[in-house]
Design a protein around this ligand. Structure first.
Ligand SMILES: [Zn+2]
Length: 287
């Protein structure tokens, strides 16, 4: 009998420990809501950010980030604004931004780019499958407010959209443009030189506040700078490849000093070089 109790007690103790660890992890998450402009708010969950727009007829939310973050946001929106969530818009298919969409899907129409829906299904992303998709442009109007969803071409993924809030003069760019920070590591799931061209299209849009999915807010000039960085990176790696340099030689030789004060310069520049090198290697044929 004693042996039976011991065998039972140990899994219960382990279970209690796991529950405590989960609760501690949830408490540690940095979550915050800040106003961007007008009725547009920014939602932070640790290193990820999304935005939401409040109208008299309901709320338009964007990336849920993960199920716990989404549940927190849903409760905050209910208590602060007392409005139902009518739309959920995914920026692109990547799990770290769009997991947990099912938390909002009970009241919201789920919207994404058509390529995002295909990848969400194919990769079995842990989120709600989009109800409505589009190819180039879609406008959502709710409670007298507007958001334009724009697909500008392949960039970071083949389905990232930017969200333009004309009344707030803001553009949510997610992983497409960051502010004085290098793009993430080895640029997985990115398209060159298409990404550079799509950033030039952002510069033509009418907005003042640039809202990335990571890091601080910026301006339209930051979008131009990010485009310049990607162009300089691409040009340097292509020139190195045409000069017959190895990847290791390029990592040692390409410095792009103009950007040395940007975030993650030292850690991610060699990885950025590697990412562009891999793509260029598939796209060119030397003599
Ligand atoms: Zn991404």
């Amino acid at each position: 009998m004693r042996g039976t109790l011991t065998r039972l007690a140990r899994p219960l103790a382990v279970l209690a420990l796991c529950l405590c660890a989960t609760a501690a992890a949830a408490q540690d998450a940095k979550r915050e809501i800040t106003k961007i402009a007008g009725d547009l708010y920014r939602f932070q969950n640790n290193f990820h950010y999304s935005v939401f727009l409040v109208t008299p007829e309901g709320v338009i939310v964007t990336d849920p980030i993960d199920a716990e973050a989404a549940a927190w946001l849903k409760a905050e929106i209910a208590s602060r604004f007392n409005q139902p969530i009518k739309y959920l818009v995914y920026s692109h298919d990547h799990r770290d931004h769009i997991a947990g969409g099912e938390v909002f899907a009970d009241t919201a129409t789920v919207v994404a780019h058509e390529n995002a829906r295909a990848t969400i299904l194919g990769e079995k992303r842990p989120t709600a499958v989009p109800d409505v998709t589009f190819s180039d442009k879609m406008t959502i109007e709710l409670g007298g407010k507007t958001v334009h969803l724009l697909y500008l071409g392949p960039s970071h993924s083949d389905n990232l959209i930017v969200m333009h809030f004309p009344e707030e003069r803001a553009l949510f760019t997610v992983d497409f443009v960051s502010v004085k920070r290098l793009p993430y590591m080895n640029l997985s799931d990115s398209y060159f030189p298409d990404w550079i061209e799509t950033i030039r299209r952002v510069e033509a849009l009418d907005f003042d506040i640039l809202v990335p999915g990571h890091g601080p807010l910026g301006t339209k000039a930051d979008a131009a700078d990010h485009g310049d960085y990607l162009q300089d990176l691409y040009d340097a790696v292509l020139a190195g490849a045409r000069a017959g340099q190895s990847l290791e030689e390029m990592k040692a030789g390409i410095k792009l000093e103009k950007y040395k004060d940007w975030g993650r310069y030292a850690e991610w520049l060699p990885l950025n070089i590697e990412g562009v090198y891999q793509r260029i290697s598939l796209q060119r044929r030397g003599n």
